[in-house]
Design a protein around this ligand. Sequence first.
Ligand code: 6R9
Length: 655
Amino acid sequence: MVDDGSDSLRRGGVPKRRPPSQFARGATVTDPELRERFAREWPDCWAESAALLEWTEPYDEILEDDDAPFYRWFVGGRLNAAENCIDRHLEAGRKTQVALRWEGKRGERRTYTYHDLHREVSAVAAALCDLGVGEDDVVTCYLPKLPELPIAMLACARIGALHNVVFAGFAPDALVERMADTDSSALITCDGAFREGTAVDQKRKADAALADLEASIPTVVVDRLGSDHETRLGPDQYDYDALVERFDGADVPPVARAATDPLFHIHTSGTTGEPQRMTHATGGYLAGTAWTTRTVFDLSPGDTYWCTADLGWITGHSYVVYGPLARGATVVLAEGSLRYPDRHRPWELIERNGVEVFYTTPGVIRTFMKWGESFPAAHDRSSLRLLGTVGEPIGPDTWEWYYRHVGDERCPIVDTWWQTETGAVLLSTLPGLDEMKPGAAGPPLPGIEAQVVDSDGRELPPGEPGYLTLTKPWPSMLSPVEGDRYWVLAEYWQQFSDRRADTWRYFTGDRAVVDEDGYVTATGRADDVVTVGNRRLGTAELEAAITAVDGVTEAAAVAGSADGETDLYVFATAEQERTDRDALRGAIRDAVVERIGRFAEPAAVVFTPELPETHSGKTMYRVLEGVVDDERLEDTEPLRNPEIVGELETVWRSE
Ligand code: 6R9
């Protein structure tokens, strides 16, 4: 049985849902003409996003396109991101409001008011200056989800240094690569972390990387493990708490940065190929994140908000730190796994903190689904007002479960499409205004223009899958440093632009389909391809054919050469009730043959409880390829669920 979800998609026939009226009545954005107005007044409309910030010097020009596609936003303006995220809230009477609520893995709780945040950020900023860090220097932050991480990021921003956050789970080699690539002049890390109860040595990894870098780099070490664990500090290594104590009360005036000055570097997710260095500019990035935090996440000053993303991912930058703090919200930060000490943790966190807006990935929601609805049902979730999802397509079933069992059908869901490169959400419904279509992210936000095109760059009609492109620049867009311009041009701008006509079109790297109402469904990366029998196949299409089979929840297709010849292998997860695996296998083969062709018939279909996923919720194909080719993957640290590797090897062997 093939459940043809894609046909209804083509017709735009997915059942729509109106925003729950209770939400719509109190929504921040209620102007039904917003899109039209932004289209009419583009690019001047973006002054509205800049108006959410405090400027040290006003800008002269909203958008300068002389050097397109290296657009410059809010030219002439000056501002400081940390001042916008902290100081101005103190002046606005929010000194004692909680800015950050942290919950540690061992049940610890720490609360920072905006005043506390100001004090500690200033102390760390003073310490960094004392260590020789100056404006435009780069500081790598290699920390897990501790309050010291957003504090370190904001301390950098305060003095006009760039932060470069590296996911704490990465191995020393990955850290070396990212530090060298950004020419980092300081490092902030910690002694260790607790993983499911046991202490893991973080500093050893940092030390290994530092030894490799062969340069003396001042290193600040946060004490996470406590007094039971002795940490030896080498030369040029400093204890974080001692520095904070020493510089407590320091007055560090925020450095007024040009709007076009860089705020940070971040590397794009390493699902495939080399990590790529991205850079965001201070003014446009902050305007874009603050604007979408208001319009998409409906956050107002004082609202309580929880996003499960790691801070090493762009989502953690834009929607844990900069957007919500620029809005003056209360941000919940939860260290560690959502299943530790037990599966009640996420719901307890929501209940205890009165979380109003919750933002996570389809991967996390699928995990919640597997655990069952009894977990959320056991807790008071009445504080929730809005739910969000990001990182990969969310299937209609997962969407419905989230809507019903987490949001009790009273909370709209924003399915937010965006990328490291875009800095902020670009496709999403406006939660108080737009109808929702489970499975489709939504129309472009006001001021954003998107088109799905064929390989020649011609716009495709609704229902026809193609490449997702953006035809107008936007404030939070990538702002590459001089040395990155060449590859950025080649990677994102070359493919679909008409340079002679000076019309620029940004290529997202995604495949997508748009429906008759202008709702876009991003279906997967265009570059996730497998080559079988000399044919390049998009994994997105293959997987869509497979997940359309009734009973199949997720699928990943990889090429491998288990038997000496290159073949296609499918890894799939099935609904729990479906025990008739052989019948399902048959249905999957039939679906692939029918939709793609006989040449693509998989050599094997392997069922697994979960697919290996990165921390940002993307299937990690390398792990599956390793299983098929019998190559042990050494570095499982980019994985959210490393325990699945052993399991995959077992199911693979028993095939
Ligand atoms: C924020 C983030 C970007 C890629 C993007 C796309 C996928 C993100 C999505 C989505 C479908 C959504 N993606 N949001 N696909 N629906 N709502 O994820 O950044 O790590 O750079 O990944 O993620 O493929 O191109 P990043």
